[in-house]
Design a protein around this ligand. Structure first.
Ligand code: ADP
Ligand code: MG
Length: 251
């Protein structure tokens, strides 16, 4: 039942043949429970999984199996009860809350099912937001935001507010916001869950480009069979445990 840390081969071009490549995400014996009153509800049990740099991995499993919990642990939104979790060599379980917030801002790009854009900011400002935490000046920020919005095909919607954009367009803004800081990993929780087929294809195409052209490691939770086809590997969670077939190659 435990995932083999070595089963998922690195994607082509990720390193020298035969050489040991340090995983970008290294998870060992990770556990997480939630407390409800005096009840302890185990949500993740003894998760062991390595994700090589440059991978695009899909995390599947029934509703309630712990997918979002695992993704949130990897992204430093939540903390495990036990186990190890390294991202790019850094043991993020040891970081204090404030350090973790800084770490997240620098290393993680987020894409959510319901976009999570700021309604009072237009598309440009939403994408610029993570850059306000960096030392970049106004001119550099503008240049980066314009490039990012061009990449997601929204140069003509920069001054539109979220409620003036379709779901697919909002998710494209969210993708631009996710990669604008050049993060170490991009995590996406059911990024196509609220979209029609065509918009979902656009979003998956963008995630594939971030992965194959920009070399970003993408970790995506999904229910969507089509979405899984965009990934290089797929791993399955059931009742908080990784089950056989983890790390299998998507054909
Ligand atoms: P998935 O994303 O696979 O649908 P989740 O990771 O959201 O699953 O949730 C896994 C389990 O953990 C569910 O049974 C859920 O009810 C429980 N859970 C998630 N978050 C909390 C929380 N904050 N407090 C208590 N239980 C939670
Ligand atoms: Mg979920």
């Amino acid at each position: 039942m435990t995932a083999s840390p070595t089963r998922a081969p690195p994607p082509e071009g990720a390193g020298e043949a035969g050489g040991a490549i340090r995983p970008i995400v290294a998870i060992a014996h990770l556990s997480k429970s939630y407390r409800r009153g005096d009840q302890v509800v185990p949500v993740l049990r003894d998760i062991t999984l390595d994700i090589p740099p440059g991978d695009f991995i899909a995390l599947m499993g029934p509703s309630g199996s712990g997918k979002s919990t695992l993704l949130n642990l990897i992204a430093g939104i939540d903390k495990p009860d036990a186990g190890e979790l390294r991202v790019d060599g850094e043991d993020i379980t040891r970081l204090a809350e404030a350090e973790l917030a800084d770490w997240r801002a620098a290393h993680v790009g987020f894409v959510f099912q319901f976009y999570n854009l700021m309604p009072v900011l237009d598309a440009f400002e939403n994408v610029e937001l993570p850059l306000l935490l960096t030392s970049l000046g106004k001119r550099d920020r503008r240049e980066r935001v314009e490039t990012a919005l061009a990449l997601v095909g929204l140069s003509d919607r920069m001054d539109h507010y979220p409620n003036e954009l379709s779901g697919g367009q909002q998710q494209r803004v969210a993708i631009a916001r996710a990669f604008i800081t050049d993060p170490t990993i991009i995590v996406a929780d059911e990024p196509t869950g609220d979209l029609d087929r065509k918009s979902a294809e656009d979003i998956l195409g963008l995630l594939r480009r971030l992965n194959s052209e920009m070399g970003k490691t993408v970790i995506m939770v999904t229910h969507d069979r089509h979405a899984v086809e965009s990934a290089r590997h797929v791993t399955h969670l059931e009742k908080g445990e990784l089950v056989a077939g983890d790390g299998e190659k998507v054909t």
